[in-house]
Design a protein around this ligand. Sequence first.
Ligand code: PLP
Length: 450
Amino acid sequence: MSSVPRRTRVNDSPCVISRRGWLRGIAGSVAAAGAATVAARSSLSAMGALAQTPMPDADFWKQVRSEFLLDKDWTYLNNGTLGPTPKAVYFTLVERYHDLAQDPGQPNTDQNAAADDVRRKAAAFVGADFDEIALVRNTTEGMSFMLNGLDLKPGDEILTTFHEHAGGLQPCRLKAKRHGVIVKEVKWAAPAEDPAVILNAFAAAITPRTKVIMASHAMYQTGSTIPLKQLATLAREKGIVTAIDGAHPVGMVKMDMHDLGVDFYASSSHKWLCAPTGAGILYLRRASQEQLWPTVVSTGWDDPKRGAARYDRLSQRAHPIVLALGAALDFQSALGQERIETRVRALHVYSRRALAALPGITYHTSANPELSNALLAFTLANVKNADIVETLKKRHRIWTRTMEYDLNAVRIATHIYNTEEQIDRLVAGLQDVLKGNIVKAPTTAPDDED
Ligand SMILES: Cc1ncc(COP(=O)(O)O)c(C=O)c1O
């Protein structure tokens, strides 16, 4: 049994659920479920109306923020691990589960059929065709599908980088152990300020045996972006497959898979798209699908006419989560990807400038907008990163995270619901740390690796 008390939030106040309260809650949720659809729809239409504003100002972003159910006492700066669901998404999820609880018959059939609408929306959102999108569960699953599904022989090489997440790296290691494939890491002096540094490092490492390049579009440790379009061109010229870990960019910056020219790209909808966990988008370029065996199979896996849907044959699955992903795509499409990108880049620049006032700060994220996004990794001289994160949490109610790998940094991730005032609060918190007001992190603090 978990020692963590089960908590729910009613009107923003935490409460431990008693049995009677739980039953009351069920009765309440039955009554509330119809209201949930109304809430989801009205939240979406509010977003649609708001999105007509030609020049978004502070007031505009305040209204966007009010579409989230975020705890007002916290400054949440870790969208890179898990994004919060806005009302439209949350209420869609609740309502669709309620439909199934009430009647697992027709609603289940309808929800299953509606998954293709979500596939269509996801394709439009990432600049792909309908038959190039598989609805998987997250980036880790998408990366495993890619690496597991490629035919590689002993001695073939997978080229990857020195800052990969386990979700992409471990499927490569499995391939190495099982099939005698060689995994080589490309390194460069980070943060690179010139895309050529990264491209040259890859070009120098490619050999006639290189069959796959597996790399993160946005690196989770440094927060830097790689020049993916140029890398994909380089790979294609040499007949190398690109298997990309795109956990971060979808929902953060404008996406166009066809323009990027990659073969395979996996993303996590629970991060920057602010969808619930359990619904990832996997892009599989049409012409490249013939190289990829499906991993999880059921009827239809061997029918190429199905396109990428051959790779998500899960039989019964969490349809409400898929439909909530649809609501997240609607929410962000109403706002507009360009507008979201402009906002998160503005917050990134604001953070960089504001934090620069702190003595002893070093950035590990590129300053070149071509090589950066909404993530920012930094260290403060002579202070342990874990202690910084703990102090911000305990003394200032600011949620950040450490990167305790070879890099050793603190990372912030700012999204559309964050404000400049919250960044000022972060700076004040770090000034407090520099004055020596430090809460020591527990030595056994688990690192969530996300
Ligand atoms: C670069 C990168 N890849 C993969 C993952 C794993 O994502 P998921 O939880 O969707 O499998 C993460 C999670 O933070 C990540 O940052």
